[in-house]
Design a protein around this ligand. Structure first.
Ligand code: SAM
Ligand code: DTB
Ligand code: SF4
Length: 345
């Protein structure tokens, strides 16, 4: 597996040495391989646009060291209880009008209570009826909760591994790596698509990035969506003041993720506000084909719509019109736009 002829192969048996060797490639060779892998599965002009909304903010009992929403850190964040469905739907309509195709709702919970889940299910149904793909991230799920979300028509569940198993204990003590793998199993078993990635720039060693990607790619199925977040440093969190990751090492992380999980959307996720257009462009050249779109992430800021659309335009790229994994109704012919994507799906 050392050249572009085998680019695009979907494997689940990566060794640590192989992943380290990818990170060590000359930069041009790495980008060449990532591009080749990407083009086996996607149209290289397309970028998928997902808009985030925090539907329940702050006062989270967990201690994730990166997170402004933990009740344990004083970040000055205003807490908010679960939003009414109408307010969520309004935000989803605005996201759709601006060009997003997926709407991701996040809640600062360790895990949802069943009565909370009822309300989230209402939101999912309302947003889906608008014609948007839906994603939620609510913390740990039980098998039955994942099934209920699947029955409601949810498309994706986001639950990140965040980092390597070895570095994990430096970052979170209130839930284990195993807990995360269990939730991911429940989500897969319920037939939901998985959105799972991690965060870099948390002071991890390069080997932790390699191991995090190895963990993701060696899951029983590749997550259909892989967000790579660059830590957004928030004053008051334990990770504020951490030395940022070298920008080219960030690009390398994206490229290696694409080579290892070529059929997955790799999302250039949090942290774009601090990145130049040139670095974002390198990420897009390295096979990132999804972004968070809209001027807010969950509690921090993100580039404005106009800036992102202008960048895509400058690069001859475009917002993906119909997501690759959209299920077609049985018996319904794919539209001309869907056809090439449906054929590859
Ligand atoms: N509470 C739920 C959970 O953690 O499973 C869902 C919401 S949580 C905010 C979702 C993800 O956002 C985290 O797993 C983490 O990867 C990412 N995240 C949170 N704070 C971040 C930050 N400051 N910078 C980058 N990514 C962050
Ligand atoms: C993901 O991987 N990143 C998103 C989403 N999944 C839920 C969250 C980023 C949060 C950044 C910090 C904030 O805005 O609170
Ligand atoms: Fe809570 Fe999620 Fe933030 Fe961790 S990442 S503190 S679980 S909101």
């Amino acid at each position: 597996m050392s050249n572009v002829e085998t680019a695009g192969a979907v494997r689940h048996d990566w060794s640590y040495e192989e992943v380290s060797a990818l990170f060590a490639l000359p930069f041009a060779d790495l980008i060449y391989r990532a591009q080749a892998a990407h083009r086996e599965h996607f149209d290289a002009r397309d970028v998928q646009l997902s808009t985030l909304l925090s539907v329940k903010t702050g006062a989270c009992p967990e201690d994730c060291a990166y997170c402004p929403q933990s009740v344990r850190f004083d970040t000055g964040l205003e807490r908010e209880t679960l939003l009414p469905t109408e307010q969520v739907l309004d935000a989803a309509k605005r996201a759709k009008a601006a060009g997003a195709t997926r709407f991701c709702m996040g809640a600062a919970w360790r895990s949802p209570k069943d009565k909370d889940l009822d309300r989230v299910i209402d939101m999912v149904e309302a947003v889906k009826a608008e014609g948007l793909e839906t994603c939620v991230t609510l913390g740990m799920l039980k098998a039955r909760q994942a099934q209920r979300l699947a029955e409601a028509g949810l498309d994706y569940y986001n639950h990140n591994l965040d980092t390597s198993p070895e570095y994990y204990e430096q970052i979170i003590s209130t839930r284990t790596y195993e807990d995360r793998l269990d939730t991911l199993e429940h989500v897969r078993d319920a037939g939901l698509k998985v959105c799972c990635g991690g965060i870099v720039g948390m002071g991890e060693a390069p080997g932790d990035r390699a191991e995090m990607l190895r963990q993701l790619a060696n899951l029983p199925e590749h997550p259909q969506s892989v967000p790579i977040n660059n830590l957004v440093q928030v004053e008051g969190t334990p990770l504020a003041g951490t030395d940022p990751i070298d920008e080219l090492d960030f690009v390398r992380t994206i490229a290696v993720a694409k080579i290892m999980m070529p059929a997955s959307y790799v999302r250039l996720a949090a942290g774009r506000e601090e990145m130049s257009e040139a670095v974002q462009t390198l990420c897009l050249l390295a096979g990132a084909n999804s972004i968070f779109y809209g001027d807010e992430l969950l509690t921090t800021t993100n580039p404005a719509h106009q800036a992102d659309l202008a960048l895509l335009d400058k690069l001859g790229m475009r917002a993906e019109a119909s997501p690759k994994y959209t299920d077609l109704e049985p018996g319904v012919e794919p539209s001309a736009e869907q056809a090439p994507q449906a054929a590859r799906a």
